[in-house]
Design a protein around this ligand. Structure first.
Ligand SMILES: [Zn+2]
Length: 231
């Protein structure tokens, strides 16, 4: 039993912490926003815009068709030559002019709308193709991420077993000391690098450095109380 055992214990815990954090990153990548999700949202938006424009175009077509029917009926009334007074004829002619004017305006608007609708269709098709590419790329990436996550999880489980085994071999009072220091200091064991404690950065007198090197007992940093291990 020595400080080295505790250092090994700490390294195992660090390894598990590191794996756990890496797993959270992978999980967030898998569940969070990704290029395929963005591409899908964009495709659905362009699809909706195209749908609205198509419906509007259909409504314009219908209105135009009704207008053509009304013009045709008015022309028939006007030119069939039956008993209409000049006042009635003039009224019919006015109606016809007005209907033709509306028809002409509607046709102009319809041309613009058809143009918009065509552009929207192309945009929508492009967005769909882009979505397909992004989804394919993302699925490949997600597969790798999941595989990495599974490997990492297996490694973490294996290290956890070693950790439990290591703890099982250490005396209770040593583990209690280790756990208390871990809770109060964040980590319990610090390396002595040259004559400096890596836990707090304070330099030890040469005599104490020698004691850490030679002592088989647990030796604490006099400044931060962490257990010192020679590097
Ligand atoms: Zn220290």
């Amino acid at each position: 039993m020595s400080s080295i055992d505790l250092m090994e214990l700490q390294d195992l815990e660090f390894s598990i912490d590191h794996s756990r954090k890496a797993l959270v990153v992978i999980k967030n990548q898998l569940e969070g926003n990704n290029p395929a999700k963005v591409a899908r949202a964009n495709f659905l938006k362009t699809q909706e815009e195209f749908k609205i424009l198509s419906v509007t175009q259909k409504e314009f077509d219908d209105t135009l068709s009704q207008l053509v029917d009304r013009i045709s009926a008015t022309e028939k009334s006007l030119y069939r030559g039956t008993s209409f007074s000049s006042k009635e004829l003039s009224g019919l002619q006015k109606d016809l002019d007005s209907l033709n004017k509306r028809k002409s305006n509607l046709e102009e608007e319809l041309i613009l709308l058809m143009d918009k609708c065509d552009n929207s269709k192309v945009t929508c098709e492009n967005a769909e193709q882009f979505l397909e590419r992004e989804e394919k790329a993302w699925n490949e990436k997600a597969k790798i991420l999941m595989k990495n996550g599974q490997n990492l999880y297996s490694q973490m489980r294996a290290v956890d077993l070693i950790l439990k085994n290591t703890r099982g071999k250490l005396p209770k009072e040593l583990l209690d000391l280790y756990d208390k220091l871990k809770i109060s200091k964040g980590f319990a064991v610090a390396k002595l690098e040259k004559e400096i404690c890596s836990g707090c950065g304070v330099a030890l007198p040469v005599s104490e450095v020698q004691q850490v090197r030679n002592s088989k007992q647990i030796y604490h940093c006099r400044n931060c109380s962490r257990i010192l291990v020679e590097n």
